[in-house]
Design a binder for this molecule. Structure first.
Ligand code: HEM
Length: 344
């Protein structure tokens, strides 16, 4: 338990510090980073505060330069990343699921784009973003173990990555939520109803009385259940990242929810995808144009993250990390940079 706590100091303390500082300077939240408080009168800043002014009546005051106001600056990179990932997965799935049958079997399956293809893109992006939330913490721990000190600055890219974990996590939840809604809509589709009728007809023609396949039934019951559990935990994580809620938690509570439950969500969603895949792993028909199916690609990063985490909770590594995070340093280590920007 403590081992986890220490491990996640690194991941969560910066988040909490940022939350607290945000709380104490509320105006900055609304005004963005590029605006200095002194440039605005109290009236103007009140006018800009969405909590004190109705959005419908909003007009930009003449003394405020709109360009100086940031537009969700912390979301730019996570959003770009999600869009790029979505486009890549969409193209990949389109080539495999739509273009391949069209070219090689002359089958028109373009009707799959709005729901079935979309519902491959959404979960793959969701699980990848979730893995990206936990990967920097692992890299930071490895770096600290390697350097044998906490008094050494992380590379800038790692710091930046750590600071956008909240946004990545919320985006992951958003994609997962959409995925769940799309999945639950499957039986409503007309294409599904026609397919069901066709299967029933074929069954009658083949004189099959019972279409029940035991292991397929189990597979679906299990993977849907795992998906629901994972989504529920993600919802909890998203709720606790609301400043009002997170400010009401102490450090240990916040860390427990954001880290332990986060890893739990990652584990459950990986298990969800693995059980969904079931025996498809060994089935060559899923390797269209020699490319692996998307569920295989989707689980690679989460499995790497989970394996690394498993290694990092081994007792001797945990002990060393804990010592390092309490200020202990390996004698051979040279401090290269001051500790001004160090995460706990
Ligand atoms: C209420 C919750 C959920 C339900 C009902 C659900 C349902 C499904 C269904 C029906 C599929 C098969 C899709 C298909 O036939 O193409 C699927 C696949 C998948 N789901 Fe979920 N899911 C849920 C939550 C999640 C969550 C939270 C994640 C991850 C963050 C996730 C990740 C995946 C992945 C990676 C796949 C494999 C997609 C592929 O074929 O490439 N799911 N899920």
């Amino acid at each position: 338990m403590n081992a986890h706590t220490d491990d996640l100091c690194i991941e969560e303390c910066d988040g909490i510090l940022r939350m607290k500082s945000k709380k104490s300077s509320r105006d900055h939240i609304h005004l963005g980073t590029g605006v200095q408080d002194s440039t605005l009168t109290n009236t103007a800043s009140q006018f800009l505060d969405p909590h004190t002014f109705a959005f419908e009546d909003f007009e930009c005051p003449s003394n405020v330069n709109k360009e100086n106001l940031g537009l969700f600056p912390q979301w730019h990179l996570p959003l770009k990343l999600s869009i790029i990932l979505s486009v890549i997965v969409f193209i990949y799935t389109f080539l495999r699921d739509i273009l391949h049958p069209f070219i090689s079997l002359s089958k028109n399956e373009f009707y799959k784009i709005p729901i079935l293809v979309m519902n491959k893109v959404l979960p793959v992006v969701a699980i990848t973003l979730l893995a990206l939330v936990y990967l920097p913490g692992i890299l930071a721990a490895v770096l600290q173990l390697h350097r044998g000190t906490k008094y050494s600055r992380f590379p800038n890219w790692l710091q930046r990555w750590m600071l956008m974990r909240k946004q990545l996590g919320l985006l992951s939840f958003f994609f997962a939520l959409l995925h769940a809604v799309y999945s639950l809509c499957y039986p409503m589709r007309r294409s599904y109803r026609y397919k069901l009728l066709n299967w029933a007809y074929q069954q009658v023609m083949q004189n099959i009385e019972n279409a029940w396949i035991e292991d397929d039934v189990w597979r679906m019951e299990i993977y849907v259940s795992l998906g629901i559990l994972s989504l529920a935990i993600l919802a909890l994580l998203a709720t606790t990242s609301i400043p009002y809620v997170s400010n009401s938690l102490n450090w240990r509570e916040f860390q427990c929810v954001q880290s332990k439950m986060g890893y739990c969500a990652l584990l459950l969603s990986t298990a969800h995808a693995l059980v969904y895949a079931w025996r498809k792993w060994a089935d060559l028909k899923y390797f269209v144009w020699y490319t692996p199916p998307s569920f295989m690609i989707a689980v690679v990063l989460p499995i790497i993250v989970l394996l690394c985490k498993t290694v990092l909770v081994l007792p001797w590594l945990v002990k060393k990390l804990r010592k390092i995070r309490h200020g202990w340093e390996e004698t051979s280590t040279s401090k290269t940079e001051p500790a001004e920007n160090v995460f706990l």
